[in-house]
Design a protein around this ligand. Sequence first.
Ligand SMILES: [Zn+2]
Length: 205
Amino acid sequence: MFLHKTPSFLFKLYPSLIWRKPTKEKVIYLTFDDGPIPNLTPWVLDVLREFNAKATFFCVGENVQKHPEIFQQIIEEGHAVGNHTFNHLNGWKTPDIDYLRNTLRADEEIRKYTKTDLFRPPYGRIGRQQMKQLGHKRMIMWDVLSGDFSAKLNPERVLSKSIRYTSSGSIVVFHDNLKATQNLKYALPAYLAHFIELGYSFKAL
Ligand SMILES: [Zn+2]
């Protein structure tokens, strides 16, 4: 199970992590995790372009290595990118030194194309020591989890939950990975249309 809305006590428990961006403007920060992949990332880019929306892509180093042309396209279209480790490691199950090395390996791959200090731990799971070792990075969590990756959720529910919990300054997680394809293809265009109609804009972190 997972929570669509991050409980606010976590914001206080981990103040060095970025959970949302306090603002009075109508701005939403969309994030896409796990790409880039040919089957879905170019589609996401098309949809974002259509709605004049910018977003942040947390990329897996291995996928950047495999699909550099898609990674470059993300950057060229004005989106932000961040590190999501090289092999999508779960921090709670990985020794600290391996976690650090794997993250730095993703840095090396990303650095061939651009600079970024953004990092998101896969699964949102990172140990205290790992956090400390990567303390020079901006650690981006989220306050809204779309649940697009879940086979138990239908696309309508992914959309309605995502809309319900989003507010100004929200950092929202979607995925450009295969598991999320069906839910994302339904929910993303409708989500963007909904908030643009209400006067929101979508910015990169
Ligand atoms: Zn991930």
